[in-house]
Design a protein around this ligand. Sequence first.
Ligand code: AMP
Length: 471
Amino acid sequence: MNAPPYHGISLKDFSELDLIEPLQRAIEAQNYVQPTPIQAQAIPPLLRERDLLGCAQTGTGKTAAFALPVLQHLSASQKPGSKRHIRALVLSPTRELASQIGDSFKAYGQNLPLRHHVVFGGVNEKSQIRAMERGVDILVACPGRLLDLQSRGYIDLSHVEFFILDEADRMLDMGFVPDVRRIMKAMGKGKRQNLLFSATLPDSVVKLASSFLSNPIRIDITPETATVDAIDQKVMFVDKSDKSALLCDLLVDRDVESTIVFTRTKRRANSLTKKLDRAGFKAMAIHGNKSQNARRRALNAFQDGSTQILVATDVAARGIDVDTVTHVFNYDLPNEPESYVHRIGRTGRAGRSGVAIAFCDDREGSNLRAIEKTIGEEIELDKDHGFHQDKVMASARSGRKSSGGRNRRKSSGRRSSGRKRRSSGRRNSGKKKGSRGRKSNSSNSSRRKSSKSSNSPRRVRRDRRPLSERD
Ligand code: AMP
């Protein structure tokens, strides 16, 4: 049980894993571009039949980390025409998790002739019993209903070759350990590959793990929230129509070497990418409407540094694990506060520092407040740019207590007096919003940048040639 954490290499591509073609196709259908860290680390040893102790939370991609090797082993040893037995058992503490795991097996196993079923209490047992009678290869179950059906002879666990205990710490909290032990006893002493996943590893979980794992590989995936502390977070209050101009300014002004810019929709990701392109920046969009190949190309270009700006939606950015991201821009604030934590966790990785800048317009105040509630602090205000809007700030911050928060103390700090473009929305009336500000601000910024950046070739650069003359 003293196995050290396993430090696998970070794999760029699923094709680097030894997965069979039907699984590769299923992964492609899911539009996954890159294995998540737990997948990259767990799949190779699991394919080599090692036991595993994984410290990882839901959301890390752990289901695919165990489901893909299980499906591969089961399909390799499947004998055509023979009676189906339960050969893989996944135990989950909750129905919700069990259903999700069932959905994952359905998705990843879509090209294989293997059957799975999900069994939990609180629902009619008839369809579960029928499925058991027809025969399944993979059973995902909550302990109570499983033992009930097993004790009445509907479920035979004596053929289980793969046992996965998921969310073991929750299992313990919910008092399921005696049930888990009974289930293990029902599986018998035959040769089995055993896996345990848990979000935390208190002594009680380690003790349980040592009772049935044999020389396991150990994998620790740091939860996202732990990495957030290393990230310098800022919020900027800005008109929605000024966001692209502000971004262009910051890209040249803030030592940006490599950045992911998050937009709310695929359409906004495309249109922002075009705007950046027109402004002379090399950016690529990555979102769910892009083909698998286009996403892979964008990700590869981002990883090898040939593109320093990736414009992404949440879904597409799942699983992106590039250590060198210096900045994350929340161009649009997410509706789900958890997405904010996930997004900013794309920077500040592998011991590096990172900067996360959120743009908040007058319709995003409630999103901002929800995020701040989730992370337990006010995000520091940054007014040091030419597009700050007091009015937007006032409306976004409304509904709060007026006691001095972190940004209130800071808000009297450095202010870009010379660069402040507008103090009232009326100054620009009659002009296309943002265009004047962008010009003056951008040229200021790039002048400043050109003197600063000569020793720093990796920073984001702007190509000022007309589009037709660029490569
Ligand atoms: P899990 O931690 O297994 O519950 O997975 C969390 C979410 O990540 C699920 O919605 C999966 O579909 C998704 N996911 C898993 N692996 C990947 C991957 N390699 N790339 C993108 N998304 C993934």
